[in-house]
Design a protein around this ligand. Sequence first.
Ligand SMILES: [Zn+2]
Length: 282
Amino acid sequence: MADHHWDTIEYQTIPIKENLYVMIAEGGNLAVSIGEDGTFLIDDQFAPLTGKIVDKIKKMGGDSPRFLINTHWHYDHTGGNENLGKAGTIIVAQDNVRKRLSVDSRLTAFNADIPASPKQALPVITFGTDTSFHLNGETIQAFHVHHAHTDGDTVVHFKNANVIHTGDVWFNGFYPFIDVEHGGSLAGVIAATTTIIDMSDENTVIIPGHGPVGNKAALMEYRNMLRNVLTRLRELKAEGKTADEVVVVKPTKELDAIWGGGFLKPDQWVNIIYSGLEMPDK
Ligand SMILES: [Zn+2]
């Protein structure tokens, strides 16, 4: 990322509810709650953007974040951790996020080697299944969904505002990266989206990890697409096909016009999720 033009990046802020905003630039979508009890931030994209994030929050009436929650360990969601940790932000995440950030990792799909994070970048409060924040007139429940996009995903539910941030369980409008090397699975993403759908009504604002802010109907379309793909890939697995053979078959070809326009090309996506495919228990 040495040649990246970080200076030219501008944050787009989208008001969601009173004192609750989405911030979109590059990397995972941020959400921020601003209020008398302090600023609560979800994810922090990349280290060179921390100054811009904090400036924008201050322009909206907030402060340097009191709390940060990481929805998972990926570098486009945790890149600002070290800056914020040094500035005094309390970083919170599921147990496995701290474990992943503490060691060197490799993301083969992106040919990326990720060094272990320094101490200041690590979550200082971790939880297994869930935790709640009581801030700014809100109950913010953060809960773990198992083996979904990674092995450490958190979904964040602003209960009073009726707003949910899904982390990378949801890529709104396109095929999702699923980190099968680090505990993610297609079946787990489907289960996690179903959990979120079941918690939602037609007024729920659902913030995806990537893509535009959406709602229950859009999340259901995505979940149903993933279910179709899972069924098809399991049939191919039952026939004993290798990942290379499956890619040739183009098992998603009827879906690609709608869902294939993201950063993963259909062949690459099929290859990744098929490599991590688990068959249902007999
Ligand atoms: Zn991710």
